[in-house]
Design a protein. Structure first.
Length: 426
């Protein structure tokens, strides 16, 4: 492997919370050291970063790759190329495929496809119950042995609390992480937007923000009973935050994430029934958005993810109520997050704490940091470059992004996985 020395780099270190000029030494696919003085003299390829930002590669929990079953929407090759172009060096894939990733054989198929086609690290999650139907738990131990890093039924909430409690108990015995979607399924059934004046004016079926709070309250009660390791995939409302804070204060093994869309968009963006803005859970009020940003700043919400969900044109070009939920975001995650930086709401170390360090720590990975011995998974980017997003230029097979045509700021220059360059902007 090539020995690299990045010089004149603006090092974004989420572990120390620092942002300053320095150098980074890479050898053998690992970070060998960093500093802010003279770079070490070595037989190495020197890369002058020109004062641009060098940060740990993003670790994105909750990416949907549509293999097996819907390869026309997204493949491991297209998702991997999109991730590399977006500075995402590790994608943690969801099991909501056709069929679901609920057996070691299906998981091994997906892992082989990922290893052969994706230029970035791919870590698979497996379903918590068979077929994600909430009735019978999967073989968690065997799936762990096959490489599953976490277990989730995604947006299929397990309504049978006895089944869920048994699954949590078994996961606890295996040391497995369970990722859940906090939502009361009864209240949220059929909803397309968040309840309120805007939803009423548009005549769209809506769900109260309390559905998220109620779902989280139930899950926290089960955590108290089982002691399992739990991660809430998306916390998007102010009403859910006090319950999350109490659970953490009481010592439960709980972390929480949110999506980049809920951090940067609100319910008014739906406007004239634009289905690219239909996501799950639905976009929230501006007050909720600001509360969630503050929770990320303080560390109450641990992670930011893309919740990358490819949908084809036929799924989106429908009346708003009938259109499929979801948006692609592997390539837009970083520039969208930089909106919060340019608005002086979150600094760069805080953003990369939520996008790289904390996801890596939750999954027990050594990546997500710039410390000695960590994998050299890195993104070099210019936070100030303006551009207008063209969805047809995205590397994903599907182009269902709410940011199409929007002015954005911040572009990836190059991405490295284990010290190897996997993307360079043209």
């Amino acid at each position: 492997m090539t020995t690299l020395i990045f010089t004149n780099a603006r090092l974004i270190d989420p572990e120390t919370g620092t942002d300053g000029l320095g150098w980074l030494h890479i050898a053998g696919g690992l970070i060998q050291g960093k500093g802010n003085g003279d770079a070490p003299v070595a037989d190495a390829l020197v890369i002058d970063c020109g004062g641009k930002c060098l940060a740990p590669g993003i670790v994105d929990i909750g990416v949907k790759v549509c293999e097996p079953g819907e390869r026309h929407k997204e493949s491991y090759k297209s998702a991997g190329l999109a991730a590399a172009a977006g500075g995402v060096t590790t994608i943690v894939t969801r099991p909501d495929t056709l069929p679901a990733v609920d057996t070691p054989e299906t998981l091994e198929f997906a892992a082989r496809r990922a290893q052969a086609d994706a230029p970035v690290n791919v870590l698979p999650m497996a379903a918590l119950t068979k077929g994600r139907d909430g009735r019978e738990m999967t073989e968690i131990g065997f799936l762990q042995d096959a490489g599953a890093v976490a277990f989730t039924d995604c947006d299929h909430v397990i309504t049978n609390t006895k089944v869920f409690s048994r699954a949590l108990t078994y996961a606890k015995s295996c040391g497995a992480l369970v990722i859940a979607h906090p939502q009361d399924p009864g209240l949220s059934a059929g909803a397309a937007v968040t309840s309120g004046k805007f939803a009423a004016l548009r005549g769209l079926p809506a769900v109260s923000p309390m559905a998220e709070r109620m779902g989280l309250d139930r899950d926290i009660a089960l955590l108290e009973m089982t002691g399992a390791a739990y991660h809430a995939d998306q916390i998007t409302t102010a009403r859910a935050l006090p319950a999350l804070e109490r659970a953490k204060r009481n010592g439960l093994d709980i972390t929480a994430g949110t999506s980049i869309h809920h951090l940067t968009l609100n319910e008014l963006d739906v406007a004239d029934y634009r289905t690219f803005f239909k996501v799950k859970p639905p976009l929230r009020s501006e007050d909720d958005r600001q509360a969630v940003i503050e929770a990320v700043r303080t560390g109450l919400i641990d992670t930011i993810s893309s919740m990358h969900t490819p949908q084809d044109e036929e799924s989106k070009r429908l009346p708003f109520e009938e259109a499929a939920s979801g948006a692609v975001a592997l390539e837009t995650l970083l520039p969208a997050a930089l909106r919060l930086y340019h608005a002086d709401q979150l600094d760069l170390p805080t953003l990369f704490r939520a996008m790289a360090l904390n996801p890596a720590k939750r999954l027990g990975l050594e990546s997500g940091r710039l410390s000695e011995g960590a994998p050299a998974d890195l993104v070099l980017f210019d936070p100030d470059v303006p551009f207008v997003l063209d969805r047809f230029a995205l590397k994903s097979k599907s182009q269902n992004t709410p940011f199409d045509g929007q002015r954005m700021q911040g572009k990836v220059i190059s991405t490295y996985v284990a010290g190897k360059e996997v993307f360079r902007s043209s």
